[in-house]
Design a protein around this ligand. Structure first.
Ligand code: GAF
Length: 370
């Protein structure tokens, strides 16, 4: 394993443990996690591998195969910046339970594709430290700790979806997660058995204002819930009555969250019935709602979704936070080439940078490699 070789070359001995944690795509349930709602992500085959040996002092030495050079030495949690924040944040959340460590990181999550490389990094490091120090944390506790690192240390007010997907997913399954109770269920997702494939269309675009807009959406949802007198938008039962009490953006955001939670449940119903190709219509509806009600799409994502459907996809939608990143398309295997052609052609027509295509099946969540 090349991360072990890099560890040995930098620190002079083999690492005590090596853990891998994956990125994710979200099949449906977008922006619902921080509204106490439902999500249905699955892990992708790309992820982050962390090789770690604990130290007896509080120094963290860090190297990444994706950031060549000498290991970065971090003597105090205040010193971290850039990608190292995701690692140091995990140490900060573990507090007195751990000391420092020597760490080598290797990642193959396509950068900027919105496939949660940061959650993969947090969960790989947290899982390895949990193992090394015998902390006894469950995968969900690892996810919560990683989310807290991102919220409190990195300053990104994300929900629990990405970290939970990275920590809990099972191969061949999507993860149905109730983000309030944190109860989860693995839902079998065998697309190949239905002649289908999941195509990821990476727009290769990440709009700069994405983080600010994310925080704004979250605040709008919280404000709408306060006005409606419910703990979270998940608790809205009478949508028409709720919409009557709201105006402007808060009205639109509420419309999206309430209908999106229903779409997650409907999609699970279709999967259970074996009507896998039929989930395409729900993917399309989710995208329209994210575009028009939640307003987190982008021209590149909209063109990808429209062109994918035109080229023969059963359905398509943006996945993840939005404002760039990736769309997913559910494509009959024999239509993959025509869908890619359709999207590539539409991108050229719009003068967009060519997208990157990846296909994926549901992969395994965090696990120990050595
Ligand atoms: C980002 C966040 F990190 C998740 O918590 C989730 O809110 C997602 O956007 C939108 O569904 O990936």
């Amino acid at each position: 394993m090349r991360v072990v070789e890099a560890f040995r070359a930098a620190y002079g001995a083999a690492p005590q443990t090596v853990w891998r944690a994956p990125g994710r795509v979200n099949l449906i349930g977008e922006h619902t996690d921080y509204n106490d709602g439902f999500v249905l992500p699955f892990a992708v085959p790309w992820g982050v591998t962390a090789a770690i040996t604990p130290r007896t002092d509080d120094t963290i030495r860090l190297l990444s195969l994706q950031a060549p050079g000498e290991p970065v030495t971090i003597a105090s949690h205040d010193q971290s910046a850039g990608w190292t924040r995701y690692v140091v944040g995990v140490f900060a959340m573990l507090g007195e339970r751990v000391r420092g460590a020597d760490i080598a990181i290797d990642g193959d999550v396509p950068q900027g594709a919105g496939l949660s490389s940061s959650a993969a990094l947090e969960v790989a490091v947290a899982s390895a430290l949990n193992d090394l120090h015998g902390l006894g944390l469950t995968p969900m506790e690892i996810a919560l700790l990683s989310q807290k690192a991102e919220n409190d240390f990195v300053g990104m007010p994300c929900g629990i979806m990405d970290q939970a997907a990275s920590a809990l997913c099972q191969e061949g399954h999507a993860l149905f997660l109730d983000c309030r109770s944190l109860a989860s269920r693995n839902i079998p997702l065998d697309l190949a058995a239905h002649g289908l494939s999941m195509l990821i269309i990476d727009t290769q675009v990440h709009h700069q204002h994405a983080d600010g807009e994310y925080a704004k959406r979250r605040a709008e949802c919280e404000s709408a819930a306060r006005k409606l007198g419910v703990p979270a938008l998940r608790d809205v039962t009478d949508l028409a009555a709720a919409l009557d009490q709201l105006q402007g953006d808060e009205r639109k955001r509420t419309m999206h969250i309430v209908t999106e939670n229903h779409r997650v449940e409907a999609l699970i119903g279709l999967l259970r019935a074996g009507a896998v190709a039929e989930i395409g219509a729900l993917l399309n509806a989710s995208h329209l709602s994210l575009r028009d009600q939640y307003e987190v799409s982008s021209p590149e994502l909209d063109v990808a979704v429209e062109a994918a459907v035109k080229g023969g996809a059963r359905g398509a939608r943006m996945t993840g936070g939005g404002f760039g990143g990736s769309a997913i398309a559910l494509v009959p295997v024999d239509r993959l080439a025509s869908v890619e052609e359709s999207v590539t052609g539409a991108y050229a027509e719009h003068g967009f940078q060519a997208p990157r295509f990846l296909t994926t099946t549901p992969a395994r969540g965090a696990h120990r490699l050595a």
